[in-house]
Design a protein around this ligand. Structure first.
Ligand code: AMP
Length: 479
């Protein structure tokens, strides 16, 4: 039988199976389950976005020599309390805390750095050549109030460099983040600040408290609490009534000593050299306690950074607050900084380190938004080189073997074993824009041949199955 003739009647059931599944009517007696509040499923239709970032991240990690690390989702709760800090939102309100069966207090990992430091210490990575450079791609858990861009489980991509203090490290991490977005076509900018050394930060915090205290009656309820618990977080407040107090607040950079200022200037010089757009952001403090010196966040590019990019770092001694940034409360696409005290705080020797974390759901949502205005940047599904069409049960059996042989020879066919009509399969092949379709009908099964159809000319050629790989490679220009 020739492939053209074989066209079994399409059954209704087969057709309806190809349509998107309608919501299944629930049996009245059975409870149905939805996803928990604040959580979300990631479906195959999203895969092209995730892949685009994953491939970019993997390529960067390989190029800049970061090794993959994966830590457990569960850690002792104390690890996060001690590292992130008691007065922070994450520890106070957002951690998923459980008592394990043996009574140990455990937490679902809310962020990656503390777990990486724990792994650095418990696996003796401090004993290897430094710096140790690692990257992760992992889910994080925070019991936040669900809203756009805030999930209770979300993915973060992180790069961490442990064991070295050098402005080149801070710059390299910002370059990684910048490059990641460049790879998917998204223009971003860095918002940068320095928190200085702990003593400088403490002196500044005292100054900040005295400024805010004098204006206490204007403050929101949360800021009144922050005044006592975590003064630096006063600068994070988005309440309108607190903004005038913030605008007249002292700036951290003015409290930095010469060394800290010098270090920060060197970081900025790297950014200039790399032409990474940045905005000096004097009120950027980040929501975690373990940061020292450089801190930064990544935002979708706005005009502000374009002005300051390449404008040069402020001269030493000059207040680096000339271009205050006003990032939206939830638009940060990522953030990071230096955490020189954390390793010691968690029981190791004093060891400097720095890192960056990128929120992937936000990165994807920002990319989708950007693609609406720039359709050429839309990620595409993976391309197939050929389509494999089969007609009947015998052809399916031989077909699966042939497809698997093609896989090991590096040819990627699209196929659907649950479509039985040739017309239907050719239409799909047409939609996928493949140049060739390999057709296996009853006759070809008997003869151990296949038909190769050139989709542009419609010309068909019968080829021995043993010679299929070579014939396809020749046609696809792979040999
Ligand atoms: P953080 O260290 O808290 O700044 O988190 C790093 C990045 O993860 C942020 O810049 C966001 O892009 C992302 N992120 C943080 N929390 C959430 C959340 N609840 N849902 C989605 N993304 C988040």
């Amino acid at each position: 039988m020739s492939a053209k003739k074989s066209k079994p009647a399409e059954k209704k059931t087969a057709k309806s199976a190809a349509k998107p599944a309608p919501a299944q009517p629930a049996e009245k007696t059975k409870k149905t389950y939805g996803v928990l509040r604040g959580l979300h499923d990631i479906l195959p239709r999203e895969e092209k976005y995730w892949k685009k970032y994953y491939r970019a991240a993997q390529g960067l990690a390989e190029y800049f020599q970061f090794g993959r690390i994966e830590t457990p989702v569960l850690e002792e709760a104390g690890l996060f309390v001690r590292s992130i800090g008691r007065g922070t939102d994450i520890v106070e309100k957002e951690m998923y805390l459980f008592e394990d069966r043996d009574g140990t207090k455990v937490a679902l990992r809310p962020e990656g750095t503390a777990a990486v430091v724990r792994a650095y210490l418990s696996n003796g990575l401090w004993n290897q050549a430094q710096p140790v450079k690692v990257w992760y791609w992992e889910p994080m858990f925070r019991h936040e109030r669900p809203q756009a861009g805030r999930y209770r489980q979300h993915y973060q991509l992180g790069f961490e460099t442990l064991g070295v203090k050098d402005p080149a490290v801070d710059a390299e991490l910002m370059l990684m983040a910048y490059n990641l977005y460049a790879a998917v076509g998204l223009p971003v900018e860095m918002h940068v600040n320095s928190l200085g050394a702990p003593e400088e930060r403490e002196r500044y915090a005292a100054e900040l408290v005295s400024h805010y205290r004098s204006k206490r009656s204007y403050l929101c309820e949360h800021c009144r609490a922050r005044l006592i618990k975590n003064p630096l977080r006063l600068l994070d407040c988005k309440e309108e009534q607190c903004q005038p107090v913030k605008e007249s607040a002292p700036q951290l950079i003015d409290w930095l000593g010469e060394d800290s200022k010098g270090y920060f200037m060197k970081v900025l010089e790297f950014l200039d050299e790399l032409s990474i757009p940045y905005v000096l952001s004097p009120y950027l403090v980040r929501g975690l306690d373990y940061y020292t010196h450089t801190v930064f966040e990544i935002y979708p590019a706005a005009s502000g950074a374009a002005e300051s990019a390449g404008a040069g770092a402020p001269a030493a001694g000059e207040t680096a607050g000339a271009k205050p940034a006003a990032p939206g409360s939830q638009s940060a696409l990522g953030g990071g900084g230096r955490y020189d005290l954390l390793i010691e705080q968690l029981g190791g020797k004093p060891t400097p380190a720095a890192g960056v974390a990128i929120g992937l759901e936000r990165a994807i949502s920002e990319l989708k938004h950007y693609v609406e205005q720039n359709p050429s940047l839309a990620p595409t599904d993976d391309k197939y080189q050929i389509y494999f069409a089969q007609l009947g049960d015998d052809a399916k059996r031989q077909g699966l073997r042939i497809i698997d042989q093609l896989r090991s020879s590096g040819i990627k066919p699209a196929f659907n074993f649950f479509k039985n009509s040739l017309k239907n399969q050719l239409e799909t092949a047409n939609g996928l824009k493949v140049s060739y379709v390999v057709i296996l009908g009853q006759k070809e099964v008997q003869d151990k041949t296949v038909i190769i159809r050139d989709m542009e000319s419609g010309v068909q050629e019968i080829v021995d199955q043993k010679k299929l790989e070579a014939a396809l490679k020749r046609k696809l220009g792979l040999s």
